[in-house]
Write a protein that binds this ligand. Structure first.
Ligand code: NZQ
Ligand code: ZN
Length: 387
């Protein structure tokens, strides 16, 4: 049942080859001091940095830079950024990069004027910001997380060996995001397919929950079918604009709150994957891929009806066999697709060893919206099967 809800997504999207044309008009709405946040340098190599700087100059902005945001951005980096943003008296934060840069920018936006420790307040106690929030805009260069149109911010605390996401409310969503599929052409294949799996996993975390038949389920199935088709085309030809633009738009809709409506939502694959990431610092999408099959086979008996529907409506498995046989055929089709596009299928390859499985289990948070609430023993069992 869909029940009662209020729906608002405040992020304005500029999409397509000319998307950056929207940046000037957006920047003019904000103050002079802009903190330009980016990662390890890919934007300098592919020319996006120069284009953005030229627009900032055109707008007469005073630009301060906060570079070096790493994949899986850390709490230590966040504290450094807070210091920079305060010194710059930042009126606006412009994030240019992937999910890590966008997530970091959002964490920064709620920490610049915070009195207190951001980890403690946002990533341990999960409080909502009560301080002034510095507005954020994004120019996206890596596709997968959906960070460009949501309130999510995932920060890694290396000292505590935790990787935690806070889903902030509307006021923390980016004010706008610039989505030009061509900016993603320079992504290494490993990152591209990791992002593709991140999208798939976001959709499944929402689709594989609850028993009801509602609009969200049908939208989710359409998004997955589009993603599977486009992923094959993008792997074959990374500069296939049609495929890359479909993937980019699917990523945004996979996690911008729409398809969660009417669903309890699971997120346990993300909890397992984030725990793997906390211990190994591996690429987010790969951490999800590596634990997926053992987790899904484990919960299949509890969500048989939905796994059967997934097999038939998404993977085109013919009906007529037992529900279990049909559901398993769907998972096998999904596993084949995962291998075909080149995903990492075990956590050993990502750096987890039999000795560190318990550390990963310690870092795994248990969610309650899926088909089976995992016990500690089940988490360890799934992780061992993922080795
Ligand atoms: O740092 P640079 O040099 O820019 O290189 C990056 C990075 O090494 C590179 N890259 C990005 N765009 C590129 C490019 N290389 C060449 N050409 C380009 N156009 O790609 C690498 C990975 O970038 P990153 O931003 O880390 O990847 P992603 O977008 O997958 O973000 C991952 C982070 O997002 C979090 C993850 O946990 C992880 O920390 N998530 C955020 C979510 C949200 N906000 O809702 C939800 C997700 O489930 C996820 O947890
Ligand atoms: Zn994800």
């Amino acid at each position: 049942m869909l029940g009662n809800f209020t729906y608002c997504n405040p992020t304005k999207i500029y999409f397509g080859k000319d998307a950056l044309d929207g940046l000037k008009g957006e920047l003019e709405k904000y103050g002079k001091n802009v903190l330009l946040v980016y990662g390890g340098g890919s934007i300098k190599k592919n020319g996006v940095y120069d284009k953005v700087i030229s627009i900032l100059e055109d707008c007469g902005k005073k630009v301060f830079e906060d570079a070096g945001v790493m994949p899986n951005p850390t709490y230590e980096k966040l504290l450094e950024g807070v210091d920079r943003a305060r010194k710059a008296k930042a009126d606006f934060i412009l994030a240019v990069g992937g999910g890590s840069v966008c997530d970091y920018a959002k964490a920064l936006s709620v920490s610049v004027h915070l009195k207190g420790d951001p980890w403690d307040i946002y990533f341990d106690k999960f409080k909502e910001p009560s301080c002034k929030i510095v507005p954020v805009g994004c120019v996206l260069t890596m596709v997968g997380t959906g960070s460009e149109m949501n309130g999510g911010s995932v920060i890694t605390n290396r000292y505590k060996k935790l990787k935690i996401g806070h889903v902030f409310g509307e006021e923390v969503f980016p004010k706008f995001s610039v989505l030009n599929p061509e900016y993603t052409f320079t992504l290494p294949k490993y990152q591209m397919v990791a992002g593709i799996y991140d999208i798939m996993c976001h959709i499944l975390e929402q689709y594989l929950s609850g028993e009801d038949d509602n609009t969200s389920d049908y939208i989710a199935e359409g998004l997955m079918r589009s993603l599977i088709k486009s992923s094959y085309a993008a792997v074959k030809n990374p500069t296939d604009y049609e495929a890359r633009s479909n993937i980019m738009w699917t990523a945004t809709w996979a996690l911008n709150t729409l398809i969660a409506k009417g669903k309890t939502t699971d997120w346990e694959v993300h909890m397992l994957g984030q725990a793997v990431g906390a211990i190994t610092d591996a690429t987010h999408g790969m951490t999800l891929a590596a634990v997926t099959m053992p987790y899904y086979y484990h919960i299949l008996p509890y969500g048989l009806h939905r796994f059967k529907r997934f097999a038939v409506n998404v993977w085109g498995v013919a009906e007529g066999k037992s529900d279990e046989e049909t559901a398993v055929a769907g998972l096998k089709a999904m596993e084949k697709w995962m291998k075909d596009i080149g995903l990492v299928m075990n956590i050993t390859e990502l750096g987890v060893t039999p000795e560190t499985v318990e550390d990963v289990a310690d870092a795994t948070r248990v969610q309650e919206g899926g088909y089976k609430v995992l016990t500690r023993e089940e988490i360890v069992e799934i992780l061992k099967k993922s080795l």
